[in-house]
Design a binder for this molecule. Structure first.
Ligand code: FNR
Length: 358
């Protein structure tokens, strides 16, 4: 293939170079992959209603989130074991996000030490916010030590993932026999604690320790960091998140990797935005592959968008340079889409830029 010019080009290239079991782990979804496909299709189905002859001078796509500025309203989603995609793993994706001035969320199951990732990000003056994604551990002492390390290393918020108390049915991973390659591990967790990457459903009795709203209260009591909840899909849960002192919610179905046949996030987002009534920032992820998808999410009321698998495609194709290219492409597309919709800043985007659903 010639030089990739879209995220889909990067995806095709990555698929060509990856073994089927690696592809199944990094890019597959749960069960029949209906949610995985629909996440993407739902953004595509939304139609745009541009305005013309608008004042565009001085336009930009900057966004302030929890008091920090991002050059564009994008963050890299937390994704485990990135050294499966490339030897540099999270080192490369962090650097690419930081030079671009975008946000970065490091997974609990990262394959590079969290302190090293923070040092790399902090070396870039223009970097966006750096957040730590947390899976509550059955042992509160261990959770607390992860939180303390994240605070000490300079992570600015915690992203508590609430939609994966157990692993989804990853049929493709089982079919292809995916195993973590030798030398790739969840290095921030003690040996043997990490959820097995390709393991069966109720591995390790995880459901016994599934986190609850009480655990969120406890977590708030042991950290000064703001806590965002990732994996909110129901408006009632969004209201509970507000009541329980969350600093933000992320509308996510885990990229279709946990429970299959959930609605697409583009469909869920408006209900959550309405339920939150502007009291918290609402972020969204799942199937975002085009600048127009980002624009549509913001028009529906999202404060920012997280991008997952495309980062792994770029990483597999060309390390940090590949991730930077993926992020550059989608940010450029967003700028073009903004101008063509007649918007100078993200604040001007709203439901009027979308065709109402019939
Ligand atoms: C993920 N995701 C994820 N989420 C999370 O909270 N903690 C994690 O450790 C992981 N790990 C992970 C690994 C891999 C390989 C993928 C693809 C995804 C989910 C991720 O944060 C995000 O919700 C989705 O990937 C977003 O959908 P797209 O952009 O990949 O379609």
């Amino acid at each position: 293939m010639t030089e990739p010019v879209t995220l889909e080009d990067h995806e095709r290239l990555a698929k060509e170079r990856m073994a089927p079991d690696i592809w199944a782990y990094l890019c597959g979804g749960a069960a029949d992959e209906i949610t995985l496909r629909d996440n993407r299709a739902a953004w595509q189905r939304l139609q745009l209603r541009p305005r013309v002859l608008c004042q565009l001078a001085g336009g930009h796509t900057r966004r302030t989130l929890l008091g920090r500025e991002l050059a564009h309203p994008l963050l890299v989603a937390p994704m485990a074991y990135q050294r499966v995609a490339h030897p540099q793993g999270e080192r490369a994706s962090t650097l690419a996000a930081a030079v671009m001035g975008l946000g970065y969320v490091l997974s609990t199951q990262a394959s590079v030490p969290m302190e090293e990732v923070a040092r790399l990000a902090h070396g870039e003056a223009a970097r966006g916010p750096l957040w730590f994604q947390l899976y509550l551990q059955p042992d509160r002492g261990l959770t607390q030590s992860l939180v303390a390390r994240a605070e000490a290393a300079g992570y600015e918020a915690l992203v508590l993932t609430v939609d994966a108390p157990v692993q989804g049915s990853r049929d493709q991973e089982r079919r292809t026999g995916f195993q973590l390659p030798p030398g790739v591990a969840a290095v921030n967790l003690p040996d043997g604690v990490a959820m097995s990457a390709g393991g069966p459903g109720l591995c390790g009795g995880l459901a016994e320790h599934a986190p609850t709203w009480e655990d969120l209260a406890w977590l708030r009591s042991v950290t000064r960091l703001p806590i965002l909840l990732k994996g909110i899909t129901h408006p009632d849960d969004a209201r509970l998140a507000v009541e329980h002192g969350a600093a933000g919610v992320i509308v996510s179905n885990h990229g279709g990797r946990t429970l299959d046949t959930l609605p697409a996030t583009a469909t869920l987002l408006p209900e959550v935005v309405a339920a939150v009534e502007g009291r918290l920032p609402v972020l969204v992820d799942g199937g975002v592959r085009r600048g127009t998808d980002v624009l549509k999410a913001l028009a529906l009321g999202a404060s920012a968008v997280l991008v997952g698998r495309p980062v792994l495609h770029g990483l597999a194709n060309a390390g940090a340079a590949g991730v930077a290219q993926v992020l550059r492409l989608i940010c450029d597309e967003l700028e073009i889409a903004m101008a063509l919709c007649g918007c100078r800043t993200l604040e001007e985007l709203g439901p009027a830029h979308l065709q109402p659903r019939s």
